[in-house]
Ligand binder design. Sequence first.
Ligand SMILES: *Cc1c(COP(=O)(O)O)cnc(C)c1O
Length: 384
Amino acid sequence: MIDPVSADIRKLLVSLNDFGAQWDEVGSEASAAFERVGRSGRYILGPEGETLERKLASLWGLSEAIVVGNGMDAIEIALRASGLSPGAKVLTTPLSAFATTLAILRCGGIPVFTDVDDSGLINLSECRRVLEADPSIRYFVPVHLYGHAMDLAAVESLRDDFDLTVIEDCAQAIGARSRGLMVGVVGRAAAVSFYPTKNLGALGDGGAVLTSNHGLAVRARAMRHYGQSATYVHEEFGLNSRMDEVHAAILADAFLPRLIRWTSRRKCIAARYQEAIQSSVLQIPAVPDGSDSVWHLFPVLVLQPERRDHFREYLAARGVASGIHYPRLIPEQKALVDHGRYEIKVSLSRATRFASCEVSLPIHPYLSEDDVDNVIESVNGWGG
Ligand SMILES: *Cc1c(COP(=O)(O)O)cnc(C)c1O
C-alpha cells in the first residue's frame, strides 16, 4: 500500500482527465487547424464542418452527420426533427446527465422515468412492461451510460413492438458496440457530445446528430440554423446551434484520428481494473450482455453508501481523484420537481442505489501503468 507521504513525494496524482498531456499530443495539429481556419475567412457552416460530418458518418456507418453546438442540442434537434410535438411522452432514464431530460423538456416532451438495471442503464425489460401498460408513449431516449452499449437487439424489438421513435443518447459511448453493432444505429438518430471530457472531446462545446434518415437530416440542418430551410426562409422555429469551423477543423484533424487508439487505452485500463480490483466492500457493476464498452467512466459501487465519502477521501489522500455519476436522480432535481410535468412509472430503487453508492475511478488515455497500479492498490487498500 502507498502511504500519503510517499505518494506525495512520488507526485502520484491520478486525475480524472489530463488536458495538459492531451495538449502536448494534439497541440501542433490543433494549432495548424486553427491557423488554416483563421486564414480562410470562413468561420461558420463551411467546408471544415462538412469534412467532419463526412468523417463522423463514415466512422458510424450511417449516411449523415449534422454537427451542432453541443450534445444537449443534438438530442433536442433529433427529437424535434423526428416529429416530437409538445405533450408527447418520452421514456427515458433517471440516471444520466440532466441534459438528457432537459433536451426532452425543451421540445415540450413529458419525460417518463423507469428504473435502471444492474449496469446502471435503463432496464429494458421494465421498459417493455411500462410500454405495455401505457401505449401513449411513442418516444424513447435510452442512454448508453458509462461507455457501455445497451443490448441493441432488445432496443430494436421494443422499437418495433411499440412503434417507437428512438433517439439514442451516445454522448458517453462513441464507438461502443453491442454484439458487433455500433450504438446509435437502431434509433431514428443518435446524439453525440464533444464536451471536452467526453471520449472524443473538443477544445470547447460541440455535438452531432447521426442518422440514415435523409428527411430527418434535412430538418436537423435547418433546425440548427434558426430553422432556415433556404436563405431567409423559415418554415419552423429553430435554434442557433451551429458548430464553429475552428472546432470542426480541430476535431477532424487533431482528435478524431486518435479516437481508436485512445479508446483501446481506455479498454486496457478497464480490463486491468476488472481483473485486479478485489474488495469485499465494493462491487463492480455488471457490463451489459454483449457490450464492447468504450469506458467513458469506470464505476464502482460502495456497498455501504454512508461510507462513500470516506472512500473518496481515502483515495484523494493517495492522490487518486474520483467522481460520482450521478449523485442525484433527474426526477429529484428541483427544476424538474417545480416543472411538475413528468411521470415515474416504477420504483427507482436501483437507480437510487447507484446515486448513493457509485464512485467513478480515473480512466483516461494518459494514465500510466504506475497510475493504474496506484488506483488499484488504493482501491484494494480501503477496508470500508
Ligand atoms: C455530456 C452528456 C450530455 C450533454 O452533452 P453536452 O455536450 O454537454 O450538451 C447528454 N447526455 C449525456 C449522457 C452526457 O454524458
